[in-house]
Design a protein around this ligand. Structure first.
Ligand SMILES: Nc1ncnc2c1ncn2[C@@H]1O[C@H](COP(=O)(O)OP(=O)(O)OP(=O)(O)O)[C@@H](O)[C@H]1O
Ligand SMILES: [Mg+2]
Length: 412
């Protein structure tokens, strides 16, 4: 999970030390620096970009109110919480006018401090999300390094592609270490925004119609989830799907690749031009299998087709809704499909359904649930496999080889 980064500003060493101690066992909060004066606070905020600055009022050289005023101009994404003592009410009013988000009166307890930090952080993240602002993402862009495209696929609908794709994307993004983009390639009935409770203010159809598919323009069509995940939403109505061509999707995928560590594609349960394009360009395919016999029959058929398309090496099989109550065991599935199951996600309606109905990814809603654990293991495996720098594909490379091969295979 992304930790809330905090800068402590106070001219008294012991106060800084005791505030640091109050936060030291908080797993969600990380103190990234300390400053003893207002000008030092400004300098450190400009270089460290903390989420929260805990600011004293009376300090030598530049007081906390002036520092807050300047911070609002120079580092607008960091939120200031004033630390005051009783009797500084007038100062506090000026501090709030200067741009402070909240204040806390000394002496305060650990839980008062952490709940104030969490509340301010949450409100500010939501505000940024509503404004569609880009979060400050880690890692500078290196044009020579291409992100990993990961496609989720299944041949039967409703087996959990979107549930797993969105939660894996959120799990990777909220670590704060990776730039992650989730693209909803279910152009007619994509529901990624529903899973993430995002208003689809801009979609891939708007992007396709905008006339430019340069990354500098694509950026403004991405939505931001509070985990830091970026989302390219599906069109808002099924009929708008036709506004997006497969060539445009190919260009978008290639264009975003240098700017993200992971580009996760949610697809439809059919071999068609767009899903095949995303499977072709993917470095990894997560094939989702359910534990019922019709789902397994279709998975077997799709594996045969995927073998013909030379995808087998990049497939990882995820067994979703696994569990003995399904009447089948993992070994039965492996035997039936003649392929190893790489990951399984247990059936967990008590977590997934309420999470979905509230638009909260289940990895955030209930991080300790078995399903979240399963997603965590997949994320760990992905991030452990070192992402080797890859050459950008040549302009002549086309991601649509498989569509033609697919037609050949079936004599079309
Ligand atoms: N492991 C699980 N345990 C319990 N419920 C699950 C699990 N995985 C998915 N579901 C539920 O199954 C339903 C369908 O899931 P989802 O929409 O992710 O499937 P899909 O493959 O994307 O469907 P479609 O093909 O329509 O796009 C959702 O209500 C989801 O909450
Ligand atoms: Mg889906």
């Amino acid at each position: 999970m992304k930790r809330i980064s905090v800068l402590i500003v106070d001219d008294i060493n012991e106060t800084r030390e005791s505030v640091r101690r109050l936060l030291e066992f908080e797993t969600d909060i990380e103190v990234i620096g300390e400053a003893g004066t207002g000008s030092e606070a400004l300098r450190l905020s400009e270089s460290l970009h903390p989420d929260i600055v805990l600011m004293d009022i009376n300090m030598p050289d530049m007081n906390g109110i002036r520092a807050t005023e300047l911070l609002a101009l120079r580092v607008p994404n960091c939120s200031v919480i004033m630390m005051s003592v009783q009797g500084e009410q007038d100062y506090l009013r000026s501090a709030m006018m200067a741009g402070a988000r909240e204040y806390i009166v000394k002496p305060f307890t650990g839980s008062e401090l952490t709940s104030t930090i969490a509340r301010v952080y949450e409100i500010e993240s939501r505000k940024r999300e509503a404004l569609g602002e880009q979060p400050e993402l880690p890692a500078a862009t290196d044009k020579t390094r291409m992100g990993q495209i990961i496609s989720f696929f299944s041949t039967k609908g409703g087996v959990g592609k979107t549930s797993l794709a969105t939660n894996l994307a959120v799990e990777l993004a909220r670590s704060g270490k990776y730039r992650v983009l989730l693209i909803d390639l279910n152009l007619q009935f994509g529901d990624v925004c529903v899973f993430l409770n995002l208003a689809p203010k801009r979609s891939i159809a708007d992007l396709a119609q905008s006339g430019s598919l340069q990354y500098s323009d694509i950026k403004s069509f991405l939505l931001t989830h509070s985990s830091g995940l970026q989302v390219l939403a599906a069109p808002t109505r099924p009929e708008y799907a036709d506004l997006v061509s497969v060539e445009q999707i190919e260009q978008i995928l290639k264009e975003v690749q240098p700017y993200f560590d992971f580009i996760i594609c949610d697809t439809v349960s059919r071999f068609e031009e767009i899903s095949l394009l995303s499977l072709d360009l993917a470095e990894k395919i997560f094939l989702i299998a359910g534990m019922d016999v019709p789902a397994l029959k279709n998975t077997k058929l799709s594996l045969e087709t995927m073998e013909g398309l030379n995808y087998l090496d990049k497939i990882s099989l995820i067994l979703n809704r696994s569990g003995k109550e399904m009447g089948l065991e993992r070994q039965d599935v492996e035997k039936a499909l003649n392929i190893k199951v790489d990951f399984d996600i247990p059936s967990d309606g008590n977590t997934l359904l309420p999470a979905l109905n509230q638009g909260i990814p289940f990895v955030i809603y209930h991080p300790q649930s078995k399903a979240s654990e399963g997603i965590h293991i997949i994320a760990q495996t992905l991030t452990k496999q070192s992402v080797q720098p890859k050459e950008a594909p040549s302009a002549h490379d086309t991601g649509r080889k498989s569509f033609h091969r697919f037609r050949q295979l079936f004599g079309l």
